[in-house]
Design a protein around this ligand. Sequence first.
Ligand code: LLP
Length: 432
Amino acid sequence: MFVSDCLGINSEGHLTIGNYDTISLVEKYGTPMYVMDEHTIRKNCKAYKEAFEKYYNNNGMALYASKALSCLEICRIINSESLGLDVVSEGELYTALCVGFPAKNIHFHGNNKTYRELKIAVENNIGRIVIDNICELDLLNDICSKMNKTCDVAIRVKPGVNAHTHEYIRTGQIDSKFGFALETGEAFNAVEKVISLDNIHLKELHCHIGSQIFDIKPYIVTIDIMMEFIRAIKCKTGFLVKELNLGGGFGIKYINDDIPISIDEFMKKILLYVDKKSKQYNIEAPYLYVEPGRSIVGEAGITLYRVGCVKNIPNIRRYVSVDGGMCDNPRYSLYKSKYSVVVANNACSKAEQIVTIAGKCCESGDLIQEDVLIQEVKQGDIIAVLSTGAYNYSMSSNYNKIPRAPIIMINDMKSKVIVKREEIKDLIKNEI
Ligand code: LLP
């Protein structure tokens, strides 16, 4: 009935997450609030891990893309499920290292890593630095030489695959700020250069074709391109790249029209296809990485808000204003992303009203969802926005000097705060 398996309705007609009554959560922690279901996060991690075991001789690893949601407890969970981690900044790396995340299982991404970030990555022996461009390669070489250290790298390739998704979140096409192009020979030149360097060891080729993708086809095309590139490198240089990273991007369910393929099915198709291509090219099957972010945490999370004023503009629209907005979820303002919404204190009644959920920021575009079907809703009600576990907290801001909402984790019918609500005084802590 709901977009995520962890949601339900109890005998009082209240929405539940991990069987926990959302209204009692509101009484305990206040609104707005993000709530996550630990069981769902762990179940998704296990699905990736088991797919590698079942279909690929365990010759690979899923790296959780922590940009989807980075905090200490999530890093602990990911590590305890034996997944690796993709980080894109010193901040995400620091968060991971603070919980003792094994450095060897961390990949460092980004199209403009700073000198300081690269230096920290080398100092901490991060598993792979994913080289995005030649400037970065030169910088890294310089750092390694000065420190008299070596480091293992991946090269990020633009496979040029145009995955069907929102244009803001496509990263695989030629006109992209990420990675080296194949067509122009740029990627091959980068490979040759890395092979020639003493301190930098080429371990892996990386690509990422976009986000919230439902179709397996663009991945199959990408595998063709990347495996052909591995073969071409071997023919021209004699060097066999032994690891391949296919990035993330697997879609999740935000609304009922979204029909994602299960993690198991997606992984099965990808892994068996890589295996088939390896046999066809007569090369050793590469150690394979995928980098799921959204598909691990997205459906595990919801956001709870309290309704303030309801403004009816006859024959135009009904605005239902909540006590959060683009500061905790900027995805509708940025991408017009669709979400399902539910009146959490009246979840069992029929959704018969079309309303627009507005935030409290001083900006007309501050909407959570336009023209959405919902139950009868009035001031004081609690609204739940579903599938907000990914790219909500991590993209939140203090716009209008609104403190960030807390994250509450549900596990085994217990709730705990994993990120505290920001306090008003926190908002001026860096001000002089
Ligand atoms: N690997 C790389 C190199 C990436 O750039 C990304 C996402 C991922 C993995 C994880 O992709 P996922 O499995 O989460 O789709 N803010 C946007 C999403 C931006 C994604 C950027 N890169 C949104 O809210 O939809």
